[in-house]
Design a protein around this ligand. Structure first.
Ligand code: DLL
Length: 432
């Protein structure tokens, strides 16, 4: 089902005209209401009148995560806090947290984007949706909540945690949709099995999973273990929260709601546009936000984009699954490695479970090493040393062939690696 035919299936030419009109308005709006952007536009050497079409977006300045921290808490808002309806905060690892401010219209826009996402994932009118993203300053819970209100699904506002209770209520209420992180979905699947539920007794048919990188290999695991269709949702607090882009039932890329969030893909080193299909950094402009509109926000997320229309009927361009973040990349002995590459490689090996952790160490002689701890099934965790050794070598080879760096693999027993109810922590980098 398509939630908003008009905008989701717009002819590309009309879409471009709309984006151009919205960009002109936005540039004028921030120039008038944001001292930070006024100064930057003045310094850029371009005039507002130089912004004629969406292609002129490259004349506008970038906004970075450092800006978000430097102008903490409200310096990037284009509205006084007295007019703001809601704030969200995402936790960073260093420095000030990142704050996002929403006007009432921005909250409305967020609900619209998330409602489109629920429909694209496979939501149907009358569905029950179990929202198991955290509610609070994190945008996951409330974002899907606003979306479900707008879409018209009955909401179970579970928030994250309380795994057993989540499963009991799933079994009693029979929700058709589950929204949470993919790692929490896996954990719930495992717990449901331990509580005696077979995949057929699980009512969830559609999953809306995101907030952390996950591979198609992991998607296959979730589809299988929970007997459902797992779809990918992308978003970030700075732009609005979940619902910036979402896979449709065909699962060939995430539709980017580009009439409201305009995507560019750039080469992060040269800052120049990447070619279509080439992986680069995703840069987003919020075309219609009023509380905290952002110009050309550098997400640090690496994706490629496909502008061809999708067989589902939507014309909204599609981004690839997120390959990783520039700051999640592990650089070991000069080679760049993304955790998703390791996940992909290890899930190619039969017997390896999707529970893993990557540990990076610097040895006393200065050499960096990667250890991948992988859980294996009870039945594979045998005392037949030979069989274990063979499995370990298979996993090692699969990973090394993918990342081209040697790794140590350690097989660990079932349930040894900490489970996640929110964003999973996949990498422990002891060099930092
Ligand atoms: O994670 C918003 C969200 C909530 C998205 C629920 C989807 C579902 P932040 O905490 O600000 O917001 O983190 C944003 O998480 O820049 C990406 O690096 C990562 N991320 C989000 N969605 C995906 C995804 C929320 N589907 C940061 N795949 C983003 C990979 C994702 N990474």
């Amino acid at each position: 089902m398509i939630f908003n035919e008009k905008f989701e299936t717009m002819k590309l030419n009309d879409l471009k005209n709309l984006q151009s009109e919205r960009l002109r308005e936005l540039a004028g709006y921030v120039y008038k209401n944001s001292p930070v952007y006024k100064k930057r536009i003045d310094e850029s050497g371009f005039l507002l009148s130089d912004i004629k079409t969406i292609d002129d977006i490259t004349k506008l300045p970038f906004t970075t995560k450092d800006d978000m921290r430097d102008y903490y808490p409200f310096g990037l808002f284009s509205m006084p806090i007295s007019k703001i309806a809601e704030v969200h905060v995402s936790s960073g690892t260093t420095g000030n947290p990142v704050v996002s401010g929403y006007s009432k219209d921005d909250v409305e826009l967020w609900g619209e984007a998330a409602a489109r996402s629920i429909a694209a994932a496979g939501g149907q009118p009358g569905d029950i949706i179990q929202i198991s993203y955290g509610y609070g300053l994190f945008t996951g819970g409330l974002g899907l909540h606003y979306g479900a209100l707008k879409f018209g699904a009955a909401i179970m506002p579970m928030s994250s945690g309380q795994t057993k209770r989540q499963i009991k209520l799933m079994s009693d209420f029979k929700p058709r949709i589950l929204a949470c992180t993919p790692s929490f979905a896996l954990y719930m699947g495992e717990e449901a099995k331990a509580m005696g539920f077979s995949p057929e007794q699980i009512s969830w048919e559609v999953g809306i999973f995101g907030a952390e990188p996950w591979t198609i290999a992991l998607r296959n695991e979730i589809d299988k273990s929970l007997a459902m269709t797992a779809t990918d949702i992308y978003g970030l607090s700075e732009i609005t929260g979940p619902g910036v882009a979402q896979e449709c039932h065909l699962r060939e890329g995430l539709h980017f709601w580009s009439d409201v969030f305009y995507p560019e893909i750039i080469n992060p080193e040269t800052d120049k546009p990447a070619a279509e299909g080439e992986v680069g950094e995703l840069v987003i402009t919020t075309l219609t936000r009023t509380g905290m509109p952002l110009l050309r926000y550098r997400t640090r997320d690496l994706v490629s984009i496909d502008n061809t229309p999708c067989a589902c009927g939507r014309t909204a361009p599609r981004i690839s699954k997120i390959k990783g973040r520039t700051d999640d990349m592990i650089i070991v002995r000069g080679i760049n490695v993304f955790p998703t590459q390791i996940e992909y490689a290890l899930l190619q090996v039969e017997g390896a479970l999707p529970n893993y952790q990557i540990i990076v160490n610097r040895e006393s002689h200065g050499l960096d090493t990667i250890e991948v701890q992988v859980e294996i099934d009870e039945k594979d965790f045998s005392d037949r040393i030979k069989a274990m050794e063979a499995l370990k070598n298979k996993i090692k080879k699969s990973i090394e062939n993918t990342i081209l760096v040697s790794v140590n693999v350690r097989l660990v027993g079932p349930k040894t690696i900490a489970r996640s109810e929110g964003k999973a922590k996949r990498v422990i980098d002891n060099r930092r």
